[in-house]
Ligand binder design. Structure first.
Ligand code: GAP
Length: 459
């Protein structure tokens, strides 16, 4: 379990411009957040690293950027219109709304999400479930609530209505462009299509900060294979997902696998393993790996009346590919990184230092440059060094306040190195480089800083 309470991470995230409550000016808007300057940079680093790792550095995966609004029939074909719902129940006394399976699981009933509605109603009575808010036991009947957000469009065609859905997963945009990719790219099975983009879910459950939000980003790959090979590909992908976790710096001892029992599988999945992470509020889903069989392509063949078969270039055999889907949430990655990197350290002088120990490749700011004092010619020399460095990586310049405070601020941003220009710099051309984790300082010739940082930041 994480060593620090979620509240410490939430307050650092707000104080230091990583994450603000959504619509803060208007008193907030449930389950929405804004990513401030450092949060936005951290998110960008996650997405850039993911794209590099899974698309640019591989020859078997191509990228796609599909639309958020897809033809409404896509969601009928995919099964989301009929099957993508939670069972909800309201407290008659305080009008709070809950997911019935969450209430039942808290009361000790396992696999509650597999129960039909009537059995949920009965179990709520049998277990004398109390409202977590007002402690009363007066419940409405459970009913299904679809998680897709709807919106209105001007008519799609004369025969279609005006209802459209905001996509609840990025995956469907990939499936419906499978044929375009086959027709335009020189792809050969097995191959994958990767996409990063927004998804929306009308979640009613409060979210443990950014863990469960209504608007989030997914990084998904649909990896198309010959169905006979699914087990081998599944294992390879599971290992690739662990490699990714290590690559971004999540400690392996906090990442575990959780197999979904058969009765809890999503409507499209034949096997799902989640990578779960030890968050401060409990061990919960970080990523998912699903074997979707040929479910989606088959459904889209039926609903679109178009063939989506693949022709093997050697044997000329025609078949529908099967799919292995590794899926990664951007916000959950960011939250896991914050929880993993956050540390509070007692110092010899009795004070406490908060620090984010990000790997350099993930850190939003790579280096900060300080003149010891806001005085010429210290500031001019510091500005020169800053302009050289900032053309290579994200850097900050800070000349205000005591040097100790400036270090502490950068520690809380997770900046690996701080460079201070002092009076010795003017005499002998050396600067101080301070390491975030050890707080040790070394002196380096100023013309060597760039190459020194390039070596040390490539960790
Ligand atoms: N295409 C498969 C799919 O969407 P999922 O398990 O429902 O599967 C995939 O979602 C990933 O998206 C999750 O592992 C998680 O990282 C992220 N995710 C799902 N719902 C989320 C929410 N409400 N808020 C933040 N991230 C979410």
């Amino acid at each position: 379990m994480s060593r620090h309470p979620l509240q410490s991470i939430v307050s650092l995230a707000k104080r230091r411009g990583f994450i603000y409550p959504g619509s803060d000016l208007y008193g907030g808007f449930a389950n929405t957040y804004s990513f401030g300057p450092y949060g936005a940079q951290l998110k960008k680093n996650i997405k850039d690293l993911w794209w590099r790792h899974f698309v640019e550095e591989r020859t078997d995966i191509v990228g796609l950027d599909g639309p958020i609004l897809l033809h409404p029939r896509v969601w009928q074909a995919s099964g989301h219109v009929d099957g993508f719902s939670d069972a909800l129940v309201d407290c008659k006394q305080c009008k709070s709304r809950f997911r019935a399976d969450h209430l039942l699981e808290a009361a000790g009933k396992f696999n509650a999400d597999t129960l039909p509605l009537q059995e949920m109603d009965q179990a709520i009575l049998d277990l004398a479930v109390e409202c977590p808010h007002c402690k009363k036991r007066e419940w409405t009947l459970c009913r299904h609530f679809n998680l897709m957000f709807t919106t209105q469009m001007s008519k799609v065609s004369n025969t279609e209505g005006s209802l459209a859905y905001l996509r609840p997963e990025t995956a469907q945009a990939i499936f419906i462009d499978f044929k375009n990719i086959l027709d335009t790219m020189r792809v050969k099975l097995p191959f994958g299509i990767a996409q990063i983009g927004k998804a929306f879910r009308n979640e009613i459950t409060p979210g443990n900060f950014i863990f469960r939000v209504i608007e989030f980003e997914q990084m998904e790959i649909e990896y198309f294979i010959d169905g006979a090979q699914w087990e081998k590909n599944f294992e390879v992908w599971l290992e690739s997902m662990h490699t990714w976790c290590r690559w971004i710096g999540l400690r392996p001892s906090c990442v575990h696998e959780k197999e979904h029992p058969k009765e809890q599988l999503s409507h499209y999945s034949k096997r799902t393993v989640d990578l779960v992470y030890d968050f401060p509020f409990g061990t919960s889903e970080l990523y998912g790996l699903a074997y979707r069989s040929d479910y989606d392509l088959r459904q889209h063949e039926i609903y679109s009346h178009q063939a989506l078969t693949y022709t093997d270039p050697e044997t000329k055999a025609k078949y529908l590919p099967h799919v292995i889907e590794p899926t990664f949430g951007v916000e959950r990655t960011l939250l896991a990184l914050l929880c993993d990197a956050f540390d509070e350290e007692s110092l010899a002088d009795g004070s406490t230092r908060s620090v984010l120990r990000f790997l350099p490749r993930i850190a939003p700011v790579k280096a900060a440059v300080f003149p010891l004092m806001k005085k010429e010619p210290l500031t001019a020399r510091a500005q020169e060094i800053f302009s050289t460095l900032r053309s290579h990586f994200v850097c900050e310049y800070d000349a205000s306040g005591a040097i100790g405070k400036r270090y502490r601020r950068q520690d809380e941003l997770g900046t690996p190195y701080c460079i201070t220009i002092d009076f010795d710099t003017l005499q002998d051309g050396t600067v101080t480089v301070r390491d975030r984790d050890t707080m040790e300082q070394i002196r380096l010739a100023d013309h060597k800083i760039l190459s020194w940082l390039q070596t040390h930041l490539s960790r």
